[in-house]
Design a binder for this molecule. Structure first.
Ligand SMILES: [Zn+2]
Length: 69
């Protein structure tokens, strides 16, 4: 069965500056690979020890070894 679909690229000059800018309002910079620390809730990079509380994988990985709480 033959598909009779032709796809046309939209000539970029036919998109007005306003329309182009409106479309690009959805393009945002976002920090990649960040998660919330399960211990203190701070935004941290994934697979890293939390700089706020020193926890990693639910354990205190940096700093004193005392387990308060
Ligand atoms: Zn933390």
């Amino acid at each position: 069965m033959k598909m009779n679909i032709q796809l046309f690229a939209v000539p970029f000059r036919k998109v007005s500056k306003t329309r182009k800018r409106m479309r690009r309002t959805h393009y945002k910079i976002e920090a990649n690979g960040t998660i919330k620390c399960p211990n203190c809730g701070a935004e941290i990079r994934a697979h890293r020890v939390c700089p706020e509380c020193g926890f990693y994988k639910g354990k205190k990985a940096v700093g004193q070894e005392e387990q308060s709480e």
